[in-house]
Design a protein around this ligand. Sequence first.
Ligand code: SAH
Length: 361
Amino acid sequence: MSLSEVLRKKNLEKDDIVYLLSLDKSASEELFEYSSSIRRQYCGNKVFLRGIIEFSNICRKDCYYCGIRKSNKNVERYILAQDDILRSAQYAYHSGMGSLVLQAGERNDKWFVDFVSETLEKIKQLSNGKLGITLSLGEQTEETFARWFEAGAHRYLLRIEVSNPDLYYKFHPQNKIHDYNLRLDSLYTLKKLGYQTGTGVMIGLPGQDLADLADDLLFFREFDVDMVGMGPYIPHKDTPLYTSKELLMSDEQRFFLSLKMVAILRIMMPDINIAATTAMQTLHPFGREIALEIGANVLMPNITPSHRKDYFLYENKPCVEDGVDDCLPCLENRLKAKNLKIEYNLWGDSLHFKNKRKINI
Ligand code: SAH
């Protein structure tokens, strides 16, 4: 079967995906051209914005790859004051971003759960219900997810990180608070409660092969996900996984592989939201724009007011020195060059979620 025949198959199977993931630079041009055409067909030239506020780096987990893991003593821990979060939300609202992502390390104590609920309510108030809110706060009980939904969140991002359970435990301690099944159950709970549900993985982890990544893409389709955020793994020197640095593909290869993942996913699930992640930009100065061109449709400018340097998931995270006001004009210019256009003042919901609803009604 030729490449163009594979691309046009109704349902890509594992072998097809592995083949597409292994395409070299010149052969991948046809993949990218095709995925761009699907992107244009389903998402036009639109880019949806979510201002992301990384409001705390306090985390109860100890994931082997993550710079804000609990055991990393070289991090100054913070949680933003509610007023600072609200000011950033106000900024997102007035600058027309349409939506917010509230992200933090994982914790589930009562104080935190209450704090988030109250913050959600206040954001809804200050924007007359007009700002869309996505949460990315890890695994929680059904009761907590339901409370936050009531309080105004309507989308939730929870990366499965690695969809194969055996491989999952190479990158996470095997214990009660890093339980693969709990993470998976959380995803199903979110879906059941009516959240637009997003997940994702890291790409280019040591020991992960193309068949594993193909399984990740099949997992997204099987779960019938509404949104995906995935990006290259980037080593952080204060983490246990750093010692496997020698096993990694080069930065360029991990970036290229991540682009192929985005392109293939757009072909497999043409109406979902796919984020052009910050990690893509870390490995390539125009990484996010290229990802948007070949398949992604969501961009998450960082609007965290302070402490950006302490939310260091990985090294060389971009834009940590920029002020929030520098961000939109810079993005506008970068996107114009790719004939892409920011859609202001919209929630930018997942078309897939809406289409599913239509079928079910
Ligand atoms: N606590 C939240 C999100 C916090 S971190 C949750 O669990 O959902 C956001 C994402 O950063 C993680 O889901 C992970 O996929 C990514 N990340 C963490 N360390 C990384 C690294 N070293 N390289 C690339 N991505 C990383």
